[in-house]
Design a protein. Structure first.
Length: 301
């Protein structure tokens, strides 16, 4: 904090705002943008792993595994996201504590379920009540990441499953005719070619994932929505050195600009990736690129 911030009441508007925007709570607000970006950086590849596993399971020749993969896709896609977000966080948390309870407190004779209460021994709590605050925050964030990955992994599985089926069957048959095993044809022929078919759906899913990050607020994580509401609400002089009326509109306007800018950057990056993957592929995008190149070189398409 700047030295001239010791008496906020005596500051002019510019210096008052400079002091106000550098308070400890505002630093938490700025850090929360990193929390959102970290969530996306971890969740996107993890959801892709869940999705790839679900798609492989759905197309498996072993019936129970195929049922499991298709069931995972259908159940998560058929239930509102908010219900799954709230369900998985509670279920995962209680599941972890139940397992710890079974190991650490085998002599516990009281029921764990007592009406609406879920009671385990104190040493089975996750994290422990005596744990520092940062451990509670990391644990809550980890549950949120896993929940996001499970939910969006189901959508990714549906996209990848469709992309695998979009690769012409003749490609696989040709690979097998050249002596490749089914596994070799899958990894060397089908998987490299499916991404160009999957990318449009995955691009849309990435945009939906960006817009879903405010759900962190409902999962108990202090994200940008939490801080925008906390800082933007009206503040009375008896509770703060920087009283102000209701400024939530301005804070949420800042979030609007942030999300619009981030999605625009994502669109540019995804467009370049799409063009790179489409080069040489037997798709509409690949054919258009081939014709454009032929026209630019003056040769007939």
């Amino acid at each position: 904090m700047f030295s001239f911030c010791s008496d906020p009441a005596s500051l002019d508007t510019f210096h008052w705002l400079s002091c106000y925007l550098t308070t400890g709570k505002h630093m938490g607000f700025y850090v929360s943008f990193g929390t959102v970006l970290l969530l996306l950086a971890i969740t996107a590849p993890l959801a892709l792993v869940f999705g790839f596993g679900g798609a492989m399971a759905a197309r498996a020749h072993f019936a129970p595994l195929s049922w499991f993969g298709k069931g995972y896709i259908a159940i998560v896609r058929g239930v509102p996201d908010i219900a799954f977000f709230l369900f998985f966080v509670i279920a995962l948390d209680q599941g972890i504590e139940w397992l710890r309870h079974q190991v650490k407190c085998p002599d516990w004779d009281a029921p764990i379920r007592q009406g609406n209460d879920f009671l385990v021994c104190s040493i089975a709590k996750m994290p422990l009540n005596s744990a520092p605050q940062w451990m509670h925050e990391i644990y809550g964030f980890s549950l949120a990441v896993l929940t996001f990955a499970i939910v969006f992994g189901a959508f990714a599985a549906n996209v990848l499953f469709g992309a695998m089926r979009a690769v012409p069957r003749a490609q696989i048959e040709t690979a097998e005719a050249y002596g490749m095993s089914r596994g070799q044809a899958f990894w060397r022929v089908l998987v490299p070619q499916m991404w160009v078919f999957a990318l449009p759906g995955l691009s849309n899913l990435w945009m939906v994932l960006i817009k879903a990050t405010p759900l962190l607020f409902l999962l108990g994580v202090e994200d940008i929505v939490y801080w925008a509401r906390e800082l933007g609400g009206s503040k009375a002089p008896q509770f703060t050195d920087y009283p102000h009326p209701d400024w939530r509109m301005w804070y949420f306007l800042g979030l609007l600009i942030f999300y619009l800018a981030f999605t625009k950057v994502s669109e540019i990056a995804l467009s370049r990736i799409t063009r790179r993957l489409s080069r040489g592929q037997a798709t509409l995008a690949g054919e258009a690129m081939r014709k454009d190149q032929a026209n630019s070189e003056g040769t007939p398409a």
